[in-house]
Write a protein that binds this ligand. Structure first.
Ligand code: DC
Length: 221
């Protein structure tokens, strides 16, 4: 059966990754959380005490960063960093790091390599616009801020991280602003993306909606 590329973009904490992961698993596709890649880069730079405002210093470190995936886990230079990339320090710095063009070039090249044989579900901010502008299915997810913050808090608690709702909300607002206004590949809805508002639907409903759209695309291709 013909394989397609599914691009899922949208704001932080709209349920992109949880949905993309399940859609991929149901279709037997590879799932890539591109946000986790930017988070892993941020974690590395923070651990190395790199001055994130010094672009040259950041660029000098990029060759030392190797990101790989093992099932749905992310490895930074061979080490599983699934939990470490969700800390407050990473949340607070990831938007600045992902606005740096050299960082984006490295991530986008790797993402395009992963998707070149199709059969991939990738979620992020620029997947339908920059990484896979020809993706057969593009989804843009939105949700109200209140529900996004609550969902993110629950997700963090499940990982053992107890962050107050107000601080989560502030961080989401700040990241929305930086991600949508940066010069290189800002978060915008691709013209041909299908918008899904997840405020009042369950995770299972989101998954089924996208799975059905995907099946239509697979059958029409
Ligand atoms: O999806 P997330 O919240 O884990 O993403 C973390 C940050 O990474 C997000 O605030 C912006 C950046 N990002 C990006 O610039 N491009 C992507 N394709 C994915 C994420």
């Amino acid at each position: 059966m013909k394989k397609i590329v599914i691009a899922i973009d949208g704001y932080s904490a709209c349920g992109k990754s949880s949905t993309a992961k399940q859609v991929a698993s149901r279709l037997g596709y590879t799932f890539i959380d591109s946000g986790a890649m930017y988070r892993a880069v941020t974690l590395y730079l923070l651990n190395e005490n790199v001055n994130l405002e010094n672009i040259n210093q950041v660029e000098d470190h990029l060759d030392q960063i190797e990101i790989t995936f093992e099932d749905t886990s992310i490895l930074l230079n061979g080490k599983n960093v699934d939990t470490e990339i969700r800390t407050k320090a990473v949340n607070e710095n990831v938007s600045a790091v992902s606005a740096i063009s050299a960082v984006r070039r490295k991530m986008v090249a790797q993402q395009q390599t992963i998707g070149k044989n199709k059969g991939v579900v990738m979620d992020g901010r620029d997947i339908g616009t920059i990484v896979f502008p020809n993706a057969e299915l593009k989804v843009f997810m939105i949700a109200e801020m209140g529900i996004r913050a609550k969902r993110r808090r629950k997700e963090l608690l499940e990982k053992g991280i107890d962050e107050p709702l107000e601080s989560i909300t502030r961080n989401l607002q700040e990241r929305d602003e930086v991600d949508s206004t940066r010069i290189d590949s800002p978060l915008v809805k691709a013209e041909d993306a299908i918008e899904i508002d997840t405020t009042n639907i369950t995770l299972e409903e989101q998954i089924v909606q996208i799975e059905e759209l995907a099946k239509e695309k697979i059958n029409e291709n």
